[in-house]
Design a protein around this ligand. Structure first.
Ligand SMILES: [Zn+2]
Length: 379
């Protein structure tokens, strides 16, 4: 793991970071060697057993057919330090030149960490666009039992992010829908960070206008194409709408959050880890969707703005009420624990303009729930 840049001066610079290359296309796996060859001629593909059957074998055959060497390491399912060390050892002794992470978030996080430890380039092949993490320079690390452990920050982003839109069109619709929730939050949070003139997600620097611009384009794309893309995903059609949402959920949202900053929405999302229960069966993007309403209420959004976002979330089938995220029976004490964690020092709620107490957050959670229920009833 690389060191974060420690600033000893009071000036906070603006910084923009991104992957070296992003590629997206139909049946991309069939020509993956074109994009991988510049990174190395011998690849180690990290994928779990299910993904290996869906796309891994095909990727391996494609690379070998085009003259590259390609081995497979079965990912055990948890992005833990033990699993990272195990696969790093394999990469070191196997003489591999490039690490490929093929699959969902935990596989990709593991591949990034393995590549960093083995000092090799990393190529990320997401098999779903369910969240905006693939382009980022951070991994979320868990214990072997699956409990959140820490964030690992790297000094660079992935060397390649490659999205095969055929694979995305065949993935469960819930994954695309979840990615839409995560992506809709990006501009809402980046705008708040910009207004406050506060920090990027990694807390080291100020966001750029470029980050904000990408976040705005992300929102515009989501609002214009989400409904059509969800229908096309259902029918496994790789339409322009689906392509646009793939790019919004992955590239625009990924660069938008990394370079535009995170604010209350993701802090509320992380606050949910303070309590147990069925909320943990919700995806990242589904929990983020509820958090959007909470940030809007904290900001004192007017009806026109609140209706636009909360109404859109309801129209694509994302959760906006406490009941829908399995918190219908949450006590005031539960909500306070969530709010306390969201307001803690390590969280991004501090990037909002002004300052908020846990009590403000509890009231905003209740207000968001009430607003969403009344909007649904009136629809
Ligand atoms: Zn997110």
């Amino acid at each position: 793991m690389s060191e974060q840049i420690e600033s000893t001066v009071t000036v906070i610079d603006k910084v923009f970071t991104s992957p070296a290359r992003y590629v997206q296309g139909i049946d991309l796996i069939d020509r993956a060697a074109v994009y991988l060859r510049p990174l190395g001629s011998s690849a180690l593909i990290i994928a779990d057993e299910i993904v290996w059957g869906i796309a891994g074998e095909k990727l391996q055959e494609s690379l070998i057919g085009d003259g590259l060497a390609a081995d497979h390491e079965v990912f055990g399912g948890e992005a833990s330090l033990r699993e990272i060390e195990r696969i790093t050892e394999r990469a070191r002794t196997g003489g591999h030149e490039v690490i490929i992470g093929l699959g969902g978030g935990k596989t990709i996080d593991t591949a990034r960490a393995v590549a960093d430890h083995a000092k090799l380039p990393v190529a990320v092949f997401p098999t779903a666009v369910s969240a905006d993490a693939p382009t980022a320079r951070v991994s979320v690390i868990y214990t072997d039992e699956g409990v959140f452990d820490s964030y690992l920050f790297y000094d660079r982003n992935p060397d390649l992010v490659a999205v095969d839109t055929r694979i995305i069109a065949n993935a469960p619709v819930r994954t695309l829908r979840s990615g839409i929730g995560d992506a809709l939050a990006t501009a809402i949070e980046a705008r708040a960070v910009n207004r406050a003139n506060s920090r990027r997600m990694d807390d080291t620097a100020r966001p750029t206008l470029a980050g904000l611009a990408l976040a705005e384009k992300c929102e515009e794309t989501i609002l214009a194409f989400a409904h059509q893309a969800l229908r096309d995903n259902e029918a496994h059609v790789v339409s322009r709408a689906l392509e646009n949402i793939c790019e919004a959920n992955t590239l625009l949202s990924g660069l938008g959050f990394e370079n535009g900053g995170l604010a209350a929405v993701h802090a509320i999302h992380n606050g949910f880890t303070a309590i147990g229960g069925d909320i943990h069966h919700m995806t990242h993007g589904e929990k983020v969707a509820f958090g959007i309403g909470v940030q809007l209420m904290l900001e004192g959004a007017g009806e026109e703005e609140a209706d636009r976002y909360i109404g859109f979330l309801q129209s694509v089938g994302l959760p906006t009420t406490l009941e829908e995220i399995h918190l219908g029976d949450a006590t005031d004490e539960d909500l306070h624990r969530i709010a306390e964690l969201a307001c803690s020092e390590g969280e991004t709620l501090k990037q909002m303009p002004g300052s908020y107490t846990p009590t403000d957050v509890v009231e905003a959670i209740k207000a968001a729930d009430l607003y969403a229920r009344s909007l649904r009833d009136s629809a």
